[in-house]
Design a binder for this molecule. Structure first.
Ligand code: IPM
Ligand code: MN
Length: 361
């Protein structure tokens, strides 16, 4: 069996964490005598520097053809003052849109050995196991009009972002969330701002209609401000959270901290075609190139890739177990020093996971 992965490391620590994760993946494929074809492309700031655009058309095409895409992170201070079309983040948005990746899964699982690593009390976070299902190709990120223009009356400028949702966009993500809940603890929290936003009213109405098809799943509606509060008050109440693009962006960063570090959070972006996998953390330019970034979010993203795109669920389990074991033996990267027995670098962490995985196959 041969699998082709389009690798787009991007900027900052994106480069080193993808390299570390691929090191593990290559070893796993080798051990199973399977062929792994890696095609690496520039995106984000790296592509801007090389080609003057955040992503080339041919890179988008190559990603569409691959079995899966592994992405590091994009952005950094060097490219912060560019117009929207030329920002590194545009690469990510284009990939999401053109690959049809409307469904972003962000599992938030507190590892037993890390319950003391969170800024929240141990009894609040221990046992947290929730999934944020974030809509990824609609809402404020993509809605039109999206523009800045001079505003005569006030003498300044006026900027507009538009929050737009169609029934079909809500239906498909909500269905996926119901299906995900069915495989878990059968509780779905739909998060909106239906007291103010008409998009949220359509969202809520759609959830209520679909709920009739999933009588075995308990459904609740929660306003987004309340959800932000509940996530730190009592996160164990959540199983699956489904929400629109911007709310999901914000809530998933908040939820990440339950695990102790955003450096632990993987993600999968799924749609009708090729899936894309990336750590939730960004490019962290301040620590880039120092071999101190935590590669576990990317390694866990590779586990999601094995499960959702490469149809290798047993390998995914092996990898996830290895992560859990290495953590329980006290190995940490610099983002999680509290209670750590050994602080290791990016490459060393990958090496530990690799050795452990190879013992299991
Ligand atoms: C994320 C990131 C992106 C987003 C940025 C980099 C465009 O924050 O994946 O959560 O806002 O979606
Ligand atoms: Mn984000």
């Amino acid at each position: 069996m041969r699998k082709t992965i389009a690798v787009v490391p991007g900027d900052g620590i994106g480069v080193e964490v993808t390299e570390a994760a691929l090191d593990v993946l290559k070893a796993m494929f080798n051990a199973e005598n399977m062929e792994l074809q890696l095609e690496t492309y520039l995106i984000g700031g790296a592509s801007l520097d090389a080609f003057g655009e955040p992503i080339k058309d041919e890179v988008v095409e190559a990603c569409k053809k691959a079995d899966a895409v592994l992405l590091g992170a994009v952005g950094g201070p060097a490219w912060d003052n560019l117009p929207a079309e030329k920002r590194p983040e545009k690469a990510l948005l284009r990939l999401r849109k053109e690959l049809g990746l409307y469904n972003n899964l962000r599992p938030v699982k507190v590892y037993p050995s890390l319950t003391d690593a969170s800024t929240l009390r141990e009894e609040v976070v221990s046992g947290v196991d929730l999934l944020v299902v974030r809509e990824l190709t609609g809402g404020l990120y993509f809605g039109l009009p999206k523009e800045t223009k001079p505003h005569k009356e006030t003498g300044g400028e006026q900027a507009v972002d538009s929050m737009v949702y169609h029934t079909f966009e809500i239906e498909r993500i909500v269905r996926d969330a119901f299906e995900a809940a069915r495989k878990r603890r059968r509780k779905l929290t739909s998060v909106d701002k239906a007291n103010i936003l008409v998009t949220s009213q359509l969202w809520r109405k759609t959830v209520e209609r679909l709920a009739k098809e999933y009588p075995d799943v308990e459904v609740e509606h929660m306003l987004v401000d309340n959800c932000a509060m509940q996530l730190v008050r009592n996160p164990k109440q959540f199983d699956v959270i489904v929400t629109e693009n911007m709310f999901g962006d914000i809530l998933s960063d908040e939820a990440a901290m339950l695990t102790g570090s955003i450096g632990m959070l993987p993600s999968a972006s799924l749609g009708t075609g090729t899936g894309m996998y990336e750590p939730v953390h960004g490019s962290a330019p301040d620590i880039a190139g120092k071999n101190i970034a935590n590669p576990l979010a990317t390694i866990a993203s590779v586990a999601m890739m094995l499960r959702f795109s490469l149809d290798l669920p047993a390998m995914a389990d092996t990898l996830e177990t290895a992560i859990q074991e290495i953590l329980s033996e006290g190995y940490r990267c610099a983002d999680l020093t509290q209670g750590a027995a050994h602080i290791v670098g990016t490459r060393e962490m990958a090496e530990l996971i690799k050795e452990r995985v190879l013992k299991k196959v």
